[in-house]
Design a protein around this ligand. Structure first.
Ligand code: NAP
Length: 319
């Protein structure tokens, strides 16, 4: 019986692991991927984490892992298939090869984060991995000197466009509105890149290509003065030639396996306030999987601490 099991090893899970060890608990961290860090690993440069301006996301993930590991957290690389609330303790079922095995714990922290959403247009599934990507830092190098399109207007899309502009000949940022959601500092960087062209008020209708992406068909929702796409390429039912398409249209929470145990909102985020308490005593949620306004590394790290504070109170109250 563990004191605390944490599912997920992104910033929220690793922060919870460190705080859990500081509270004197036996802590088991279950990670699905062979490397800790979560989404951070795929970020080229993190510019807004206090004290570490410009740190590479991979290095940051490694530092977070090292910190938790040095504190004596036990890590296991496995996929969780089920959680069960057995009252005074919780059961976590994981895959052990092709077999299932279970762990018991007094308290459980869900820190499984969120994954990239799909655009859900024709051609996307067929050309996934053949020019369609959801991770610019993972796949960007395949498009050196090429032309790529990034879809979205949030922090991820803008970060991806800036990253790709370092080595691609041309980067189109396709956004469905006439203003970006991304942080102002990122927008300033974006607008200073000469090889990035923002295609405003436009949506992707299809990703085209036989075996590889050859282009995207985009539809302009309205013609605004801001639409800067070069006239030569602006035809009706426009086909924009591109070697790759990076989709960055938001996230969906990795909470499918928890939804019958804890209450979630209509998008699947686990419902909890700043104290990270779900509706089930002894089960807490930290990071991007929680209902919250600001999904940042720093808020995920803060959740890890808050979730452990709540779990500690709960564990100490157990008879
Ligand atoms: P996001 O902030 O939710 O932005 C998603 C973008 O995709 C929005 O611009 C949205 O358009 C657009 N979009 C959504 N569905 C679409 C569709 N079907 N077709 C076309 N466009 C669509 O998501 P994100 O950029 O992935 O970021 C996720 C979270 O992580 C955010 O909270 C973000 O702040 C955080 N984050 C932070 C950092 C950092 O601080 N360094 C880095 C990365 C991510 P609308 O604007 O019209 O809604």
């Amino acid at each position: 019986m563990y004191d605390l099991i944490i599912i997920g090893s992104g910033p929220a899970g690793l922060s919870a692991a460190v705080y859990g060890k500081r509270a004197g608990f036996d802590v088991l961290a279950l990670e699905k991927n062979p490397m800790s860090g979560g989404q951070v690993l795929n970020t080229y440069e993190v510019d807004n984490y206090l004290g570490l301006p410009g740190i590479n996301g991979f290095d940051m993930g490694m530092k977070f892992h090292e910190h938790a590991n040095d504190m004596g957290v036990i890590f296991e690389n496995t996929e969780v298939t089920q959680i069960t609330d057995a009252g005074k303790y919780k059961i976590v079922t994981v895959l052990d090869g092709s077999e299932e095995k279970t762990y018991e714990t007094k308290a459980l922290i869900l820190a499984t984060g969120a994954s990239h959403a799909a655009l859900q247009v024709p051609g996307e599934d067929k050309l996934r991995g053949r020019g369609v990507s959801y991770c610019a830092t993972c796949d960007g190098a395949f498009f050196r000197e090429g032309t790529v399109a990034v879809v979205g207007g949030g922090d991820v899309a803008v970060e991806d466009a800036i990253f790709l502009a370092r080595f691609c000949k041309k980067v189109y940022l396709i956004h469905r509105r006439d203003s970006l959601r991304a942080a102002k500092s990122l927008q300033d960087k974006l607008f200073s890149c000469e090889n990035i062209e923002v295609v405003w008020d436009s949506v992707v209708e299809e990703i085209c290509g036989q075996d590889q992406v050859e282009g995207i068909r985009i539809k302009h929702l309205k013609e605004t003065q801001k639409t800067t796409l070069q006239a030569a390429q602006r035809q009706t039912a426009e086909l924009l030639a591109a070697d790759g398409v990076f989709i960055a249209v938001g996230l969906y929470p990795n909470t499918e396996i928890f939804r019958e145990v804890v209450s979630c909102d209509e998008k699947g985020y686990v419902i909890a306030g700043e104290e990270c308490e779900t509706n089930v005593p002894g089960i807490y949620v930290a990071g991007d999987a929680r209902t919250k306004k600001v999904r940042q590394i720093v808020t995920a790290v803060a959740d890890g601490a808050n979730a452990v504070a709540s779990a500690e109170k709960y564990i100490n109250s157990l008879p």
